[in-house]
Design a protein around this ligand. Structure first.
Ligand code: ADP
Length: 420
């Protein structure tokens, strides 16, 4: 039976958390959306339900999160984790506060810690203030985020605006003293009637100590960083056997491919680096603004080229070409056209025996996974930080997928991914 049930407010955040749990020794499966009531839980120590609730209306975010909680409880999970972004992405009204309120109430636990710190990625919390690198959150660029502008770095204040409950702080000086002091501070805040405590953390050791202190908590909320200490609690309790290799996936077979819909800079370097070593096709969406025709071109080209060296099929284009297509079709329609083309190509490649695929681009990955009918991803070893191989299962053939958000991964990612 699974031990830890997680609810993530977006898809790539879910993968990030899942990869962290795998590294710390829990076999982890990410499920896409809430499974049907009564649907059997996958064989795993941790399950992460990936929602798309970060910027949904608060009412929807709450309803989906409660459905996810009910399913995870039904699956037998003993502890629950609400995962949000390490930059606390939310609006004045939600959704972190409303979702946490609903989960605390449903679990009857009365209290939850809140810690988005992720020192390895430069996110730290000091005196309740969130820093991105050396900058306060509200001076980090996040104040200009198109959907969730973060204009206040004081998380006690930010969370207080999203809930009727009162929010306390477990400050650095206490966290430095270790798990017993953190536990005492959290118990004290709960007894004073606080529903939440923002907990400071600037090192991984702080996160591990917070995890230890929260062993008995029904609900933990935060970024993927604070999950780092939770697997050890289950090992200490004798519930999680030491894993030989929690990242092990079924053996990979079939042909290899890379599909690129990201126009981000890191991705452009990765295409350039792969070009000399793998057959590469660059689609021209401006010349052929038709998803089905683009897909047919790509699949005709791929026929006869498929094998263990990946074919690289890219829609990525320079900023002026992207702008030209957007001017012609509108921004949304241009993106949707390219996503549709790549989803059709993915489907055609799978029909031709591709079973190992790297997909570059967050939105692109969403479109491909949806088209392939993938419902679950078992998380394997990382190719590069934040980019694990996964084993996707659902209505189509099971296959290995690596879903890469645009700016992730080293230059040689596309070839390294397939080097055995
Ligand atoms: P990233 O993770 O780099 O942000 P995404 O896949 O999330 O990548 O977003 C990239 C978007 O750009 C997708 O909607 C994709 O369809 C779109 N796109 C890709 N190539 C082109 C192009 N040549 N012209 C217009 N839009 C494009």
């Amino acid at each position: 039976m699974p031990l830890l049930g997680c609810i993530a407010d977006d898809f790539t955040g879910a993968t990030d958390l899942a990869a962290m749990l795998v590294k710390e020794g829990m076999r982890t499966v990410q499920v896409i959306g809430v499974p049907a009531p009564g649907e059997a839980a996958p064989d795993a120590d941790a399950i992460v339900v990936a929602l798309k609730s970060r910027t949904a209306p608060a009412r929807d975010a709450v309803a989906w999160s409660l459905e996810a909680l009910a399913w995870l409880r039904g699956a037998g999970c003993r502890q629950f984790f609400f995962k949000y972004c390490s930059t606390f992405d939310s609006t004045e009204r939600g959704n972190i506060g409303p979702v946490a309120d609903a989960l605390v109430e449903a679990l009857g636990c009365g209290f939850a810690l809140a810690c988005p710190a992720f020192p390895a990625n430069g996110r730290s919390v000091f005196q309740g203030h969130l820093f991105v690198g050396a900058a306060l959150l509200n001076e980090s660029g996040m104040e200009h985020h198109p959907l969730t502008p973060m204009t206040d770095a004081n998380l006690v204040r930010v969370l207080s605006r999203q809930t009727d409950a009162t929010v306390g702080l477990v400050p650095f000086a206490v966290v430095e003293q270790g798990p017993a002091a953190i536990r005492r501070a959290m118990t004290g805040l709960k007894e004073q009637g606080r529903r939440y405590a923002i907990v400071d953390a600037v090192t991984d050791q702080h996160l591990r100590d917070i995890g230890t202190a929260a062993a008995g908590h029904a609900l933990i909320t935060g970024g993927s960083g604070v999950a780092i200490g939770l697997p050890q609690n289950f090992r200490d309790a004798g519930a999680l056997p030491p894993q030989e290799d929690s990242a092990r996936l079924p053996a990979a077979e079939g042909h290899a491919a890379v599909l690129v819909g990201s126009c981000s800079r890191a991705t452009a370097f990765q295409i350039a680096s792969a070009r000399d070593h793998a057959p590469t096709l660059e689609l021209d969406a401006l010349a052929t603004p038709d998803a089905a025709a683009l897909a047919q071109q790509a699949l005709d080209w791929a026929d006869g080229r498929l094998g263990t060296v990946p074919v690289v099929i890219s829609a990525s284009a320079s900023a002026d070409k992207v702008a030209a297509l957007q001017a012609q079709l509108g921004r949304g329609a241009a993106g949707a056209l390219v996503e549709e083309a790549l989803a059709l190509i993915a489907e055609g490649l799978v029909a031709r025996g591709v079973r190992k695929m790297v997909v570059a681009g967050g939105e692109t990955s969403g479109a491909v996974v949806q088209r392939l009918g993938v419902q679950r991803l078992r998380i394997g070893a990382e190719i590069d930080p934040g980019v694990p191989w996964t084993y996707g299962e659902g209505s189509g053939p099971a296959m290995h997928l690596a879903l890469k958000s645009g700016n992730f991964g080293a230059r040689d990612l596309f070839l390294k991914a397939f080097a055995s």
